[in-house]
Structures are given as C-alpha cells and as structure tokens.
Design a binder for this molecule. Sequence first.
Ligand SMILES: [Zn+2]
Length: 302
Amino acid sequence: MLVNAHTHLEQSWLAPYRPAVTGVTFSQWITQTLDTAKRAVGDQRETAIRAGIEAGIATLLTTETTSVGDISSTGYSVEPLLESGLGGIIWFEMIATTPEKGEAKFARARALVERWRPHERNGLRIGLSLHAPYSLLPDYWRRGLDYARTEALPLCIHAAESAEEYEWFMHGTGPISERRRRDAVDFPSPRVSPIQYLEDTGALALRPLLIHTVQVDDADIRRIADSGSPVVHCPRSNLRLRCGRMPLEKFIAAGVPVYMGTDSLGSSPSLDVRDEVESAVALHWGRVAPETIADLAHKPLP
Ligand SMILES: [Zn+2]
C-alpha cells in the first residue's frame, strides 16, 4: 500500500507554470503562477483540467499508489477516480474570501457532496474541505464545520502553511491583510495562531486532516496532538512556496499521525509520493530516521 495523502488532481494542468526550486512566496504563487496560468489557458480551462486529471491518475497508478487524498472544487476528478480503482478520500472544497463568493461556494460544495456520496465505492470516500482558516470568511467557516459535523463527513483543512498566513493570524499585517483591504472585506485578524483558531472555533474537535502545519510552535503541536488530528507533510511544495520546514520530529515525538502528500503539480514536481519521501529524508536527516519517514507513506487514510 502506497498512500499519497494530498493532491489537487484538478491543478495538474498548472505544471508548466510551477515555480522553480528557488521558489516564490505564497502570495506570489497566487498572483503570478495561478493568475498567469488562468490567463494563458483562457476558455480551454475545463479541457486542460480534465486532461490533467487523467494524466495525474495515470501517474498515480504507474507509481503503485493505492490510495489518494484529493481535493476538488470542480468535482471533475470524481468519476475518473471512481473508475481508477484507487481508494482514499475526495474532499470537496469551500474557499471564499468575499461574502459574494461564500454562498455560491457553500452551495456548490454541498451539491457535490450530495451528488457523489451515494456513489462511494472501492474504498473511495467523499468528504469536505474548508480550504484554510484565512481563506474562508468566519460565517462560512462556522457553517462548513456545522455541515461536516452534522453529516459526519471526513474533513480536511490546509493550516499553518505560509509565514504570511501566520503573520496575518498573529498580527493582522502582511500580504493577506493588504488583500483584505483591497477587497474591502471585514475579516479582522483573530490575533491567535492558525492552530489555536482551529481549536477555538471547534474545528480541531472534528479531527480534520491538516495539510502542511509548517508554521507551528510547541503549543500548537500539543493542541493538534491532544485533538487526535492527523497531519500531512508536503516538503517539496513547502520548498517551492518558501513556507519553511515542518518540524516533523516534534510531530512524531508528540504522537501525531503524519501522512505524506505530494500536493499538486502547481507547486510540486511530481505526484509520486516516493519522491516526497526522498525529499523528506534529506530534509530531516539527523532528526528523523529514514525508515520512519518511509513508513509514513504506507498508512491507510483516517
Ligand atoms: Zn494543497
């Protein structure tokens, strides 16, 4: 069993726009990589997305991956994944930084869950992703959590990924705050760490699969451990988006279940989770035994 716990197959088409190994900041990735790619592909986007999904699944199958954690906004990856025989979880994503988007994104995520949940098979399940605590307005954050709780849906959240996210949460400054001002959105900084925000809002109690968890201190790791939430380590994406090093040795010492994920081809050079393991072995050399890291890619998803 080989498990790639974090992908966005629908972003495979971004591969030609992926930042170099020298990296870009997270906000540069949004404004340069994503926006440039969208302009370049124009009205061929759906075709590009669907072709990227097919190619991505073919890669997963040829790399002996048996289970995948995929995040989807469009729902396009569901049928190909159900046909592929791969197990795992597809989380439908909510992301909304303005009130205008909130209602539509929530409705779409719910519609996708309701449409596809009755078709779960081959060990492939349906879940909900609240993209990140800074990218979903508090009202929709709360409603998303309520929905996941009521429906007992597997939950997934990107959390504590970039220094920019941490800066906005703790101090209300930096690129996220500038964007809020530009969009005239009223979403004040919670003035706590991203992980504490997850705890304070009841998200951690739902034991979400937490993606990245790079920007964490010892208290945050304790919060995650106490909640029983698992995390996913994506070191190659963290490198290209200049997010830093996840303190893997501390998560393991705290007893947190850790998975390995490649992230999408928009920020990672391959969907082969064995490449991710190799990078992690190099990154944590002297801190975590290579055998321990290799084992992380062989656990069934929660
Ligand atoms: Zn991701």
